[in-house]
Ligand binder design. Sequence first.
Ligand SMILES: CC(C)(COP(=O)(O)OP(=O)(O)OC[C@H]1O[C@@H](n2cnc3c(N)ncnc32)[C@H](O)[C@@H]1OP(=O)(O)O)[C@@H](O)C(=O)NCCC(=O)NCCS
Length: 203
Amino acid sequence: MSVSDRNPQYHCPLRDKFINIGEADFLVVSKQAKADLPKPGEPVAQANIVFHRALEEEMDDILEVCNYFWDETEFFCFDQTFDVTKCVNILALAEGEVAGFLSHKKVDDAVVIVALNVYPEFQGQGIARLLLKEVTEQAHKQECNTLKLATSNDDLPALCLYQKLGFRITDVKVGAVAKHHGGDLKGFGGIPIRDEIRLEKKI
Ligand SMILES: CC(C)(COP(=O)(O)OP(=O)(O)OC[C@H]1O[C@@H](n2cnc3c(N)ncnc32)[C@H](O)[C@@H]1OP(=O)(O)O)[C@@H](O)C(=O)NCCC(=O)NCCS
């Protein structure tokens, strides 16, 4: 998994500006202060955020989100390459507009989350949380009781999200991401992207 540095991926509430991962940095704030900061975009009422399995004709939307964030539509994790066009994709629509998506695939007795992205203007509204709730329901329907995902060592917002939602780090493949890309790329805040962090949640 590599990262596109072309496009803004986050919102800086201090400058009220969209920023790419090279411009991003971490700041420790109190939860109370965080609640007072500007949000990325207009909040969308929960009732106007809907999720559905992407239809064949919506595949272009899925590929567009992948290319926006990653410059690729195939993701290497758990020692294999996942092509999103061959995965199940859940699309999040906010007032009819594509807000993000989650791609997943059943592998043995677990559901692997292959990709999860929310466009910056829709971030901070719980859409990623809801997409993860949706995949949990779909995993239950497939009689799977384990969700698995992998992220890279630099992706601190993602590590925060997953651990807050109950995922546990189960393995670290040291150097796996750098090896896959033939060297270190710069990731969130300029942190070298090197290691594949594997996480799991029993559901
Ligand atoms: C990570 C990402 C999917 C989160 O989407 P989102 O819809 O904004 O997330 P939510 O609003 O559901 O946030 C849920 C929790 O995630 C964490 N989180 C989300 N964005 C964060 C950020 N920028 N910084 C720190 N924590 C963050 C918070 O703990 C948040 O909980 P809170 O509401 O109690 O603060 C989105 O920022 C994104 O697409 N990022 C770029 C691509 C990426 O890294 N994807 C994951 C690859 S493994």
